[in-house]
Design a protein around this ligand. Sequence first.
Ligand code: HEC
Ligand code: HEC
Length: 449
Amino acid sequence: MPKRINFNARVIFTMTCLFSFSALAALPPPPPQNQGIKDPGVQNGQARAGGALPGLTPLEMKFFSSSRERFQNIDAVQNGLGPRYNGTGCSTCHAWPSVGGSSPSRNPQIAMANANGAQNSIPSFINLNGPVRVARFVKNPDGTADGGVHDLFVITGRSDAPGCKITQPNFDAQLANNNIVFRIPTPLFGLGLVENVSEQTLKNVLASNAPLKAQLGISGHFNVNGNDGTITRFGWKAQNKSLLMFAGEAYNVETGVTNDLFPNERETDPNCQYNHHPEDTTDLSGINNSGSPASDYSSDIVNFAAFSRLSAAPQPAPPTNVSVQGKAVFNSIGCQLCHTPTLVTDKSTFSAQNNITFNPYSDFAVHAMGTGLADGVTQGTANNQEFRTAPLWGVGQRLFFMHDGRTTDLTQAISQHASPGSEANAVIQNFKSLTPQDQQSLLVFLRSL
Ligand code: HEC
Ligand code: HEC
């Protein structure tokens, strides 16, 4: 694992240093001067994401509406919550700027920690005004690779969990050992389009502009599924194959609900088992009466995947002179070589996804991002410092940026791309060489997405 400074440890370290003159020399260097450029900030007003794909058939539309409702269910223990959990329902974390999005401004994990009598202590890296965070441990106590999610909370103490006595992991010890890394939620809007881009289209995009990429030091490769050998596209390291797969995994990992894809509890203490498994499966009675029989009969995870699959891509704001100029800058300095502006879907079963041109601003490949962003976690073929090019659609209304939510400021998000070993170093150098006016127009363009 390359040497890196854990983000939170660094903040704590900096704060400690402020109180000790002798340690001042060890302070990290001040952030680079931004020459007066400024992130225009979160674009307020109506959410520009969260609706259905345009052009759905009436049956598809009903399936979308019902699955969107299902996505907002909050689980209790009798529905499968726990024994360990990070959230009590999908929409608690996927919330902003509308249902299905990313982290909201006030972290719901604070209230969740003590819902229904639970007595969880709130880990120091969870703050009311900070992003929703999920924690992974880099190594096991014996030094072998871990990389897995360790849930923040337990159901112990809840009125619906009598007799359960399990305790939370010791997060302070993990912080002290620099063994903990974080991820924030990614938005689910428009991901059916991403799911339906053909393998060949993605490969062509990655192979395009080869001389320019080579000149700038950009390579990248796809993360690949071990079972069928195809490209995986979802998650910060593109570690997951499909929306259904992600829904099944998230249901078990984030909320503790066993399901048809992940049928076994992660926490096996017999005193905390209350239900038969899988806790979520096909509803043979179909009595939900949601207006969509397909939704009523389907398991929760099928509904969750359908909600994301049938949702529309975020809508950019109407272009202005400055944002148009910013777009030209984006496309001239090399951002577009990873953040691919345009992709086209394959033939699709869903009418509204057939040969659709869309603008995710990602190549869905993973790239080495240097020691500054490295998290020490390997997933599939993505190593400890590789991440999926984050899709930039919807960035205009996003609150937190980068895989661990380390910043709310786009200028920081850009400068964080540069550190030893990052494929983005030359492009960030290009950005720094721009006039302040061009830099500013680029930021305005990003906030129009
Ligand atoms: C505790 C917060 C939390 C909850 C609850 C949660 N998620 Fe997520 N979600 C995340 C995080 C964090 C990521 C990024 C995960 C990663 O890459 O390691 C994510 C990523 C995803 C993605 C990948 C999107 C992309 O851009 O590739 C999907 C799909 C998803 N979640 C679906 C769900 C569903 C369905 C549920 C409900 C069963 C759910 N999530 C519940 C935090 C949460
Ligand atoms: C070598 C490929 C590459 C290049 C070049 C690149 N990026 Fe990125 N970008 C990424 C990756 C990978 C991430 C996610 C990194 C992480 O979260 O650790 C990212 C994240 C971002 C984010 C944060 C998005 C989010 O969801 O949090 C923004 C904004 C962004 N890039 C803008 C830019 C701009 C503007 C440029 C050009 C100046 C640029 N990027 C150049 C690969 C690249």
